[in-house]
Design a protein around this ligand. Structure first.
Ligand code: GDP
Length: 390
């Protein structure tokens, strides 16, 4: 199957969508795929050269513009693409009607947290517009699917969650070297968050409850891994905790060090919360899956699809990310209970292997591509009675 991917989200840039796209690319027809991705520097050149698929880097960002459409049409013709996959529904889906006219091949788009955030009165027309020319749209969680359904005008809306690489993220990974690199004592109880430093993720809430946690747990340390616009503010808040703050902020870790970074932690916490009138919402939170796969219990925020990424009470806890008492209680509980952490960690590894392994998710995606490219296959098509599609 000759596939053309079009995406603005591609490694080596970090992020959930980048991971999602890269994992599907690796597993579904990699040798018959061409990817159009955003401009990148030397790191991108090196990354692309190591992949089994060919990557064409656009001159800038991959946005729904005329030059992008021309590039896609040229590459699709040269590659004789049978199907086009858009890495995101919005805004890239706006290219679909023009591509359909020019190429006449099925177009499938992935959706993520952002699209679900737009799927509401006042912004839903953006989703309607972006799904007009699509054959299928995928949704990452039950929550996002429910939000999108009234606005999606594609023939099909299918569940396709991102997964976790359970071969890479395992409890066998040794995190001791990473701790040492961060300056955390080997016998400390380490609470941590690995994520972009942006307001939605809630690292500031961790810093807020930290003085009390530190008081209750004199051996506890906090690691805030990642980079982002919130970094200066977080560093100032951490600085105010004084020289005995026991907080490390090592910045963004390179991809190969990610598993060891999770393995270094005893508890993972990202108390995300929905912001900006519901538009800034956590679609799922791959980091929760990665942490659990490594056998680390997680504390997640009740935002969008994030609660679906945790087996609440078994592999971790789900809390209101704006309620510092609830957050403090959950963190206190996990920091106090090494035996409970071990049990939850084992349950998390088993659960992610069963429910979130990439192999099964990639198979589902491959079947979807088969179905949309097989003439006459209409199973699962949405009928006009499925909901208001305006
Ligand atoms: P999103 O960024 O809002 O899409 O959040 P997700 O939790 O869904 O996905 C984030 C992805 O980026 C996960 O695979 C993380 O492991 C990865 N990530 C977050 N922080 C870092 C970092 O500092 N370094 C690297 N290499 N990856 C990171």
């Amino acid at each position: 199957m000759r596939v053309l991917w079009v995406t603005n989200d591609l490694p080596p840039r970090a992020g959930g969508i980048q991971q999602f796209v890269a994992n599907l690319l690796d597993r579904v027809h990699p040798h018959e795929t061409v990817v159009i991705g955003p401009a990148g520097g030397m790191e991108a050149i090196a990354h692309d050269a190591a992949q089994p698929y060919r990557t064409v880097r656009a001159p800038g960002a991959v946005l729904p513009t005329r030059p992008t459409r021309r590039l896609i049409v040229d590459v699709a013709r040269a590659h004789d693409a049978q199907v086009i996959v858009l890495g995101a529904t919005w805004p890239l889906g706006e290219l679909a009607p023009g591509l359909d006219r020019a190429l006449g091949v099925p177009i499938v788009a992935l959706s993520h947290g952002l699209e679900a955030g737009l799927a509401r009165p006042g912004a839903g027309h953006l989703i309607r517009r972006a799904t007009r020319g699509l054959t299928a749209v995928t949704a990452i969680t039950a929550w996002t699917e429910q939000r999108l359904a009234p606005y999606v005008r594609a023939d099909r809306l299918e569940r396709l969650p991102p997964g976790v690489d359970v071969e890479r993220f395992t409890p066998e990974v040794d995190g001791r070297g990473q701790r040492e690199a961060w300056g955390v004592p080997p016998d400390a109880t380490l609470l941590g968050c690995i994520s972009r430093l942006v307001p939605r993720k809630g690292q500031d809430a961790l810093v807020e409850v930290w003085p009390e946690l530190r008081r209750r747990h004199p051996d506890a340390w906090l690691a805030l891994v990642g980079e982002g616009p919130l970094e200066p503010r977080l560093r100032r808040a951490v600085g105010r905790l004084g020289s005995d703050g026991r907080v490390v902020m090592p910045g963004r870790v390179p991809w190969p060090e990610l598993p060891a970074s999770y393995a270094a932690l005893d508890v993972f916490a990202m108390p995300c919360r929905t912001r900006l009138a519901g538009t800034d919402v956590e679609g799922l939170g791959i980091v929760y899956l990665e942490a659990q796969a490594c056998g680390v219990p997680v504390v997640a925020g009740r935002s969008g699809g994030a609660p679906e990424a945790v087996h609440d009470g078994v592999t971790g806890s789900v809390v209101d990310g704006r309620d510092s008492d609830e957050l403090l209680a959950a963190l206190d509980r996990w920091l106090s209970d090494p035996a409970g952490r071990r049990v939850a960690g084992e349950a998390g590894t088993a659960w992610t292997r069963r429910r979130w392994a990439w192999t099964a998710i990639a198979e589902r995606f491959a079947s979807l591509l088969d179905e949309v490219t097989t003439p006459g296959r209409t199973a699962g098509r949405r009928s006009p009675g499925d909901g208001p599609r305006g």
